[in-house]
Write a protein that binds this ligand. Structure first.
Ligand code: NAD
Length: 435
């Protein structure tokens, strides 16, 4: 079994074989690909925080993969299963994700091996501050711009902004860099961007709209959608798809899902979930929530529903070689990161299922993070409508570029997306004369 970084390298090698012919100087191309197999640097340390019970130690990482297209950009994950290989792989995927929509960033990722549920609120804050202080001169608006990821959020970014700024002033006697523009995913009251909360789900719906255009789906009310996960991403995808007239027939959370053939109402379902704690109790259509109006289903059953579009928006590795052959949807929009295993992907390709990969489908989030950084640098904040209006063309263009490559090379959408992204990074490395 390959570790995540070995898997990322294998994927890059596969894409390189498809791209190589496009380059006159293939030796130079090979040098660029070799360079991209490893991050530029991997920083690692042991963070120590003082607690009432004595000192606690935590291993921490930051992988900076490539900055040919712009400053490194990537989240910070607090999780007990973080490994160096995982952080390296995630930093590589961030390089591709930023290239897909054309935002001017490279890729990075950070992580701390910790179960945040075992920390008190004060310990969590101390750990966040220790991490920001440790990164010090290795991050900054033109260097590397962190953001939230698994188990981190706007509050943690706010503590990091504060600590990073303090550490800089202590070290240099002055603050020469913009601390707000050093982190994204911040709360609105501290330099966050309007529209960030729904950006990932909405970006996915722009992808759905492009897919509908290519497939010639005229009657949106006939296009059925099942969504696994009803958190930030799943809810906002459901909300915007429903608003445009698509028929969302199933959603789920960790306890199971609900199926309503005539279509469910995302907003009423969310309100009901907030009240009852689970979507399985929420059989909500536009005329209200009625118990047993729909059918309670398991997460596994949701994946196998006979719908047009399946949207995994919860966890990684949910579509595997065990269930891929049973998937009836002809289109999958990957909103979660890494929901499909490589073995499952091959089965889906054989069954002619079109899979729009995560690095394209969920790129709306990092794109609005980029808008946040632009607004912080300018000190000028855009209204909500303006943020959302700017997101749309970037998602649409990214889809078009992918579709063109897919059609020209007769490759699956995942390969086409990677070809588009890797080519942009290789071209930047060549233009800079780095390889
Ligand atoms: P979230 O925590 O808000 O929601 C996760 C949802 O998944 C919840 O409804 C939860 O109940 C459900 N869930 C948990 N375990 C499950 C299980 N075993 N089976 C089915 N559902 C389960 O998280 P989110 O921000 O919506 O992120 C979802 C996915 O999208 C993750 O893979 C994340 O990495 C990815 N993603 C998120 C963003 C973003 O901006 N939030 C951006 C890019 C990618």
């Amino acid at each position: 079994m390959l570790n995540p970084h070995q898997a990322a390298v294998k994927q890059l090698e596969k894409v390189a074989r498809l791209l190589r012919d496009k380059y006159d100087d293939q030796k130079q191309f090979d040098r660029a690909i070799n360079k991209l197999k490893q991050p530029d640097r991997v920083l690692t340390t042991e963070l120590i925080i003082k607690t009432k019970m004595g000192n606690k130690h935590f291993r921490a990482f930051r992988a900076q993969h490539d900055d040919a297209r712009g400053p490194y950009k990537g989240g910070i994950r607090f999780h007990q299963r973080v490994t160096e290989a995982e952080v390296k792989a995630l930093s590589t995927w961030m390089t591709w994700k930023c290239a897909v929509t054309g935002i001017p960033y490279g890729g990075s990722k950070g992580g701390i091996i910790v179960n945040p549920k075992e920390l008190t609120a004060i310990e969590l804050q101390s750990l966040a501050r220790a991490y920001a202080r440790w990164l010090g001169d290795n991050i900054g608006p033109w260097m590397d711009v962190p953001a939230p990821d698994v188990n981190t959020n706007g509050q943690i970014m706010a503590w990091m902004v504060d600590e990073w700024q303090k550490a800089k002033i202590e070290k240099y006697g002055t603050l020469e860099e913009n601390a707000l523009a050093t982190f994204t995913g911040k709360p609105l009251a501290l330099g966050g961007s309007a529209g960030r909360e729904e950006a990932t789900g909405l970006g996915g719906v722009h992808i759905l709209e492009k897919l509908a255009e290519k497939q010639g789906w005229r009657r949106k009310q006939d296009v059925t959608i099942a969504i696994q996960g009803f958190g930030n991403v799943g809810y906002w995808f459901a909300y915007h798809a429903d608003k445009l007239g698509y028929k969302v027939v199933a959603v789920s959370d960790s306890r199971g899902g609900v199926y309503l053939a005539r279509g469910l109402d995302p907003m009423k379902t969310l309100k009901c979930k907030q009240r009852t704690g689970r979507v399985t109790e929420c059989h909500c259509t536009s005329d209200g929530c009625h118990l047993n109006a729909g059918q309670v289903i398991s997460n596994e059953e949701l994946l196998k529903l006979d719908v047009d579009v399946l949207v995994p928006a919860a966890l990684e590795n949910v579509i595997t070689e065990k269930n891929a052959a049973d998937i009836k949807a002809k289109f999958i929009i990957e909103m979660a990161n890494g929901p499909t295993t490589p073995a499952a992907d091959e089965i889906l390709v054989d069954n002619q299922v079109t899979v729009i990969p995560d690095i394209l489908s969920n790129a709306g989030g990092v794109t609005v993070s980029y808008f946040e950084w632009v607004q912080n640098l300018a000190g000028y904040y855009w209204p909500y409508d303006e943020v959302l209006a700017k997101l749309k063309p970037l998602m649409e263009n990214a889809f078009e570029q992918m579709w063109q490559i897919k059609t020209e090379h007769q490759v699956p959408a995942r390969e086409a997306t990677y070809m588009s992204a890797v080519k942009k990074v290789v071209d930047a490395l060549i233009l800079r004369g780095r390889v």
